[in-house]
Design a protein. Sequence first.
Length: 647
Amino acid sequence: MTEEEVAAYRKELEDIKVRGKDIPTPVKNWNQCGLSSRVLDVLQKGGFARPMPIQAQALPAIMSGRDCIGIAKTGSGKTLAFVLPMLRHIKDQPPLAQGDGPISLVMAPTRELVVQIGKDIRRFSKALALSVVCAYGGSAVAGQIADLKRGAEVVVCTPGRMIDLLATSGGKITNLRRVTYLVMDEADRMFDMGFEPQIMRIVHNIRPDRQTVMFSATFPRAVEVLAKQVLESPIEIQVGGRSVVNSDISQSVEIRPEEDRFLRLLEILGEWYERGKILIFVSSQDQCDNLFRDLIKVGYPCLSLHGGKDQSDRESTINDFKSDVCNLLVATGVAARGLDVKELVLVVNYDTPNHHEEYVHRVGRTGRAGNKGTAITFIAPDDEKYAPDLVKALRESGAPVPKDLQALADSFALKRKAGTVQAHGSGYGGSGFKFDNEEEEERKALRKVAKEAGMSSDEEEADESEVRKVMPGEAAAAALAAANATANALNTAVRTVPARCAPKVAECIRVCVQHGMPVTPMQQMPAYPQAPSMWAAPGSQLPAGPHFEAELEINEFPQHARWKVTHRDTIAQLNELTGAAVTTKGFYVAPNQQPPEGERKLYLLIEGPTEAKVREAKAEIKRILEEFTEKAMRRDAAPQPGRYTVT
């Protein structure tokens, strides 16, 4: 085809937009894709008559060996766009030997999406005698380990569980040496959900000459910049607009206060219940359980799905929903990604989605693979901050915007210009967690109980210490003075300590004294001549410039909370997230006891290059402490089972 014919054909394919160098021509049928006869037979039996728009352009791009970013609306066939090239890629590689890891690695943000992708791949892998393993948290790891040990060409996983499997048994379970085809599905959500450190750890352990593919229905610019760090000269393929609702979905938005929503929902169910499957989205686990209970009371059999349920229960719920055991499902956002149910005719956003991309993915559960669907969204007058996102989604997809919704969005825009409210975020980046009034009251009550139980103190509520700036000379001088003073007091041969060694020497002497061990003169130690060079090694020097530090006392928190924040994995994650270094100081002192003279109770020293990073690390540590303190209190408050049972 000529360039003009290619441009015209891309226009036909829902106006495909491409970016990059040497982009292959889109295909028109499966026979042009270079697929084996076995795969073509499966496609024919599955009713796949011809490639969908994203597949028509992505298949030749990926099969040419190029890195690729695919952006297409929900239900557009993105999964098949990376699965078919993956199968041909694997069959072109030498077969797996004993101890080899997978050839292809597919990462997804949620367990449900991992299961769905695994099911789609197995449809083709059986015909090619390829093995597929799904690895995700919340389920028994023993079965996943056994499957990996037997060898698998494809592993579909969540990032966290994959890191756990790679680290288990010293890396003997599986490895990444053979991975040459890497896929990140729903890539934007993986970065947004905080998986970036895990993703980067995995990516950096995969050979650099791999092929990397990313797919998602939404791809905000901020995430795109981050994603391109792991791609090499990628081809970007965009079908339709960025973050656009499928044109096959009929959308409507109704302004309804919360007290009127349930009655309106019953009206909708009366009209739609016999037509097919219905999915109702809510914002929280409590709301999900409450709405599930209310629907059961009024005679509507339904299922509920949220992150608080066990993985086996979640899988059973999805299977029941797909297999017509029950056609009504109430769910939180955990089901919004990758849930593929063909007969889903209606999506109801009982609670308003909190940003544009979330709305696109929720309503995208219907109207899939060319079918028609309907989405109804409720928004309360108090939720006017979400109105601009809804207006944007409706306009970009060509749907009519209700006048009352437009008025609500205009009202919020005027308030924003006047400075009385702030613009609502996109869901990416964020500004940190904030308690609402009810949660804040519960938090205060928990802190009060903790204080009465001796697990909290006034000093903690007053934020024990502010962040302070430390000049380089101050830290070195303090450590040097501490080391020399301790050495002199012990009357040993240690009289002077090199400045670079001071912190380590002081710490060693202090530990020896604490445990009643004799302090050997430093000059007589074999390692003493190497000490200066060790401290001069990269990464072990004291900061060369000014830095900031803060302290956080943790002695009074429950044991499990102390263990969590002092664990090396937690400290490493804090360092990756904030760039701050966390050091455990002092000694644990039991309740109603005093620390030894000259010592302090257990605390954390937080150091960082900027005040903001130190504050960020300190806030995250506090969050972890409060979370595990709350768990400990609730566990202790739970009724204990008796020794005997009545039979």
